[in-house]
Ligand binder design. Structure first.
Ligand SMILES: [Fe+2]
Length: 299
């Protein structure tokens, strides 16, 4: 559980000025190192919509982006903006921002010795990982719908179920494309090691997107995922979300057991049936995962 005490110096909505001029040369160099590594790795592995977002928002410009400049471009594309927060925010604050097309991003960057590991989402995870897809009109609408859904779920005691949808799409989602599987979740695209693991390892399961199934599936916050869910398209993800009556679904889920993290269910659409050797200890020398985001796990 994250403390709900608002940090000093933040506004009532938990935002604060990014204070861009306070970043050091080392901070910008850390961003550039991470950016260059992912820019080399992602083409051919990430959804085209993500690469288009990098272009639209001119994120290849060196250094940590200035949120005001970034918001100006994003506002023109989809009406979203990016605001700085000092760290994780409570659920209700997070949902309110999303519902109003505001994405809140940590304004700090990891230390140079933490390139592959961090315990809280930093500006690289939040901006490089999340913001490019916010320049896509369909995904932008999905994120707002998620925020509105979060506000309703809060009143229905169903945050735990809904957080799994965020986790398995916004953070760790895969998508079918004409050229094959692609990553789009921010936790993957901001992580050098999980980008390859999610697509290329024979360890994890990859299953077709199923909203109710996802809401019954726990997830890992400490390591690579053991199961990834694959959407057919961003359009279909948005459509499913908008067309689902979540109230009865939550009622129904209240009586349903969780599905074990490694299980394959009879109705699963199997994209790949993972051997699950990574998590059974066969590859313990692998790098720890990065891009960890607890924003959907603190309930
Ligand atoms: Fe995230």
């Amino acid at each position: 559980m994250i403390a709900d005490l608002r940090p000093e110096g933040t506004a009532p909505d938990w935002t604060l000025p990014q204070n861009w001029s306070a970043y050091t040369a080392q901070d910008h160099a850390t961003w550039d190192t991470l950016f260059a590594r992912q820019a080399r790795l992602l083409p051919g592995r990430v959804a085209d919509e993500f690469l288009a977002g990098l272009d639209i928002l001119r994120l290849a410009k060196p250094g940590i982006p200035d949120f005001d400049e970034l918001s100006e471009r994003l506002m023109k594309a989809t009406g979203w903006q990016v605001l700085a927060v000092p760290g994780l925010v409570p659920d209700d604050v997070f949902f309110d921002h999303l519902a109003n097309r505001r994405f809140v991003a940590g304004n700090f960057i990891r230390r140079p010795d933490q390139l592959d590991y961090l315990s809280e989402p930093d500006v690289f995870h939040d901006v490089f990982g999340h913001v490019p897809l916010l320049a896509n009109p369909v995904f932008a609408d999905y994120m707002q719908a998620y925020g509105l859904g979060g506000q309703r779920a809060n009143g229905l005691g169903a945050i735990r179920n809904l957080a799994r949808l965020y986790w398995y799409t916004v953070e760790f989602g895969l998508v079918h494309s004409a050229q094959g599987l692609r990553v789009y979740g921010a936790g993957i695209v901001s992580s050098f090691s999980e980008t390859r693991f999610a697509l290329e390892s024979d360890s994890p399961h990859r299953l077709g997107f199923d909203l109710r199934r996802i809401m019954r599936t726990p997830y890992r916050i400490d390591d690579f995922q053991q199961t990834y869910f694959v959407i057919d398209s961003f359009e279909s993800l948005l459509e499913t979300t908008l067309n689902t009556d979540f109230g009865p679904l939550y009622d129904n889920l209240a009586d349903a057991d969780d599905i074990a993290i490694t299980a394959i269910e009879p109705h699963d659409r199997i994209v790949s049936n993972g051997v699950q050797t990574y998590h059974s200890g066969s590859f313990q020398a692998a790098a720890p995962r990065d891009g960890l985001d607890l924003s959907a796990t603190k309930s």
